[in-house]
Each structure stands twice: as structure tokens, then as C-alpha cells.
Design a protein around this ligand. Structure first.
Ligand SMILES: NC(=O)C1=CN([C@@H]2O[C@H](COP(=O)(O)OP(=O)(O)OC[C@H]3O[C@@H](n4cnc5c(N)ncnc54)[C@H](OP(=O)(O)O)[C@@H]3O)[C@@H](O)[C@H]2O)C=CC1
Ligand SMILES: O=C(O)[C@@H]1CCC=N1
Length: 280
């Protein structure tokens, strides 16, 4: 059981997915989770009534009672938040950021020397405790605090310790990844529906097919390529389907999606750095 007190700075959709998974897992008592935002009291009331956590507007937060702050605002708000936190927190407190595109050194450079930071990248499947989450500690973060952050992230799914230079591509694969599968499903539904099948049934069929394939990859000792070959009878339906996929650039499209997201992640902190030239 996690004994630390954590505070979410940000109460949007990503924070809610994580709060929901954490509370559901029972690995941290709800009263040890404090959720804050800037001004939207209605949203805080909603989160409090759904999950039983404590909520408070950020200006009323007692910063000294918090062990780990989970930064869950939009990347464009990071500079204001770091500038504020710099004067409010001590070196034994830890900042855990879920923000896309913001590196550990970006945060360290804007905080007091030796400040403990961790960059994480969960995805929205946190809500069902099925996230694939990266954990990337900064230079000054104590191993005991990394362990606590890993334990927190384990409450919302599987955890992968990732080096900073791989965080952008991880974001392209796993942070943004659920959207690619939803997009795939939208096309599955569209195509099946055009053939007269109802959307509700199609959703179950598509999702079960995806789930089955995911479990095969996780539980069987065979590569995706071997598993694909097992489905593909010579001159059968799958061969025809795969050929159409290949001809339409399906494989490349997936690579391009990952590369596009990863490159946007890289670009995001550069954009912020450009905005900040000379400020520290
Ligand atoms: N959505 C996803 O799949 C994933 C998102 N992320 C990251 O999660 C982050 C949050 O995204 P999302 O939930 O969609 O964002 P939202 O816009 O839904 O929520 C942002 C929240 O941040 C709050 N906020 C802004 N500034 C402050 C501050 N200074 N102190 C406290 N709270 C503040 C806002 O409060 P108020 O409303 O009062 O202004 C709001 O509650 C992003 O940085 C994104 O990169 C990471 C992984 C996956
Ligand atoms: O789209 C985004 O920027 C965020 C980060 C990963 C998923 N959603």
C-alpha cells in the first residue's frame, strides 16, 4: 500500500483516467489523493463525488503535505507551473509529469538545483488499469521515489522504464496508440455497416478480435509475424486482405503515424524553449 500523499495538478481527462485506475486498484487510499485545478470548481466536485478523493483549487493546496505532485495540465501551461512550484516545494518532494513532449531536463533546468523529477507517459486505458506506461526518472531522483512512482503507475497498468531519448517514440507508440486502434475500429464499423451489419454488434466483434489478438501476442511465445502467418491460408481470405492492406500502404501508414506523433513530441518542448529564450 502506498503511504505517500500525491496531488494532481490538473483535473482533465488524463488525470481522471489515472485517478479512476488508482482508486479502483486499492493500492493507494483515496484520501491520500488530492486533485486540484485552476478554477473549475464544478469539475472538482464531480471528481470528488465519483472517486472519493480530496479536491481543492490549486491556490488553496497545502503544498507541504504532498510527497509527489502529478503534473497533468496541458504542455503550454508547464512554464507557469514550474515557475510557481520552484518557490513552493522542497528538494524531498517529487514532480511526476505526464505531459507529452516535456523532457526531464526541461523541467530540471527550470527548477531549483537537484530537484527530483520523473517523466511518465500513461495512456487513457489507465481508467481500466490497462495502460502501457513509461517511467523515466530525472538526474536527481532518489531510487525510493522512483519505486513509489512505479508502484503508482503499476496501479494503472504495465510499467516500462524508458530512457529519455526513447520517450518521444514511446509517446508515439503507447501514449497516442489507443487512438490508432480506435481509428481502426471506426473503419471496421464503417465497412461492416456498409455491408448491412449493425454498429453495436460490429463494435463487439471488432473489439473482441482486437482483444484476442492482443492476448495472443502477450501470452503465446510466437512473434507477430508467426501469428500472422498462422492466420493466413495459402490463397485464402487473409492473404487477399493482407495484399489489399499492403497495396494501400497499411504498414507504412502505421510507421508514419508513430513517427509523426514522436516528432510532434520532440517539437513541443522546442516550441516552448523558443517562447522562453533568455528567461532563465
Ligand atoms: N489524453 C491522453 O491520452 C494523454 C494525455 N497526456 C498528457 O496529459 C496532460 C493533460 O491532458 P488533458 O487531461 O487532456 O488536459 P485537459 O485540458 O483536459 O485538463 C487540463 C487540466 O489542467 C488544469 N490546470 C491548468 N493549469 C493548472 C495549474 N497551474 N495548476 C493546476 N491545474 C492546472 C486545468 O484546470 P482548469 O480547468 O481549472 O483550467 C485542467 O483541469 C497533457 O499534458 C497531455 O500531454 C499524456 C498521456 C496521454
Ligand atoms: O495527443 C496528445 O498530445 C496526448 C499525449 C499522448 C496522448 N495524448
Amino acid at each position: 500500500m502506498i503511504k505517500q500523499t500525491i496531488a494532481f495538478l490538473g483535473a482533465g481527462s488524463m488525470a481522471e483516467a489515472m485517478i479512476s485506475g488508482m482508486v479502483e486498484s486499492g493500492s493507494i487510499p483515496a484520501h491520500q489523493i488530492i486533485v486540484t485545478n485552476r478554477s473549475n470548481q464544478d469539475r472538482l466536485n464531480e471528481i470528488q463525488s465519483k472517486y472519493g478523493v480530496r479536491t481543492v483549487l490549486k491556490n488553496d493546496l497545502n503544498y507541504s503535505e504532498v510527497d509527489q505532485f502529478i503534473l497533468a495540465m496541458k504542455p503550454k501551461d508547464i512554464d507557469a507551473v514550474l515557475e510557481d512550484l520552484r518557490y513552493r516545494i522542497d528538494s524531498d518532494q517529487v514532480l511526476v509529469s505526464v505531459l507529452a513532449g516535456i523532457s526531464t531536463s526541461y523541467m530540471e533546468d527550470r527548477l531549483n538545483d537537484g530537484q527530483q523529477v520523473i517523466r511518465v507517459m500513461p495512456n487513457t486505458s489507465s481508467m481500466l488499469r490497462e495502460s502501457a506506461t513509461a517511467v523515466c526518472p530525472g538526474h536527481y531522483t532518489g531510487m525510493d521515489n522512483v519505486m513509489v512512482a512505479k508502484e503508482l503507475m503499476k496501479a494503472i497498468g504495465e510499467v516500462f522504464v524508458i530512457d529519455e531519448d526513447k520517450m518521444d517514440v514511446f509517446t508515439g507508440i503507447a501514449g497516442s496508440g489507443p487512438a490508432y486502434f480506435y481509428y481502426l475500429m471506426e473503419h471496421i464499423e464503417e465497412t461492416g455497416n456498409a455491408e448491412g451489419m449493425d454498429r453495436e454488434t460490429l463494435r463487439e466483434i471488432g473489439a473482441q478480435t482486437l482483444l484476442g489478438a492482443a492476448k495472443m501476442m502477450l501470452e503465446r511465445d510466437e512473434s507477430p509475424s508467426e501469428l500472422r502467418q498462422n492466420v493466413t491460408s495459402p490463397n485464402g481470405t487473409t492473404a487477399a486482405g493482407l495484399e489489399a492492406l499492403h497495396q494501400s500502404g497499411g504498414g507504412e501508414a502505421i510507421s508514419e503515424a508513430i513517427k509523426g506523433a514522436a516528432s510532434r513530441s520532440k517539437e513541443m518542448s522546442k516550441e516552448l524553449e523558443g517562447m522562453l529564450v533568455g528567461s532563465k
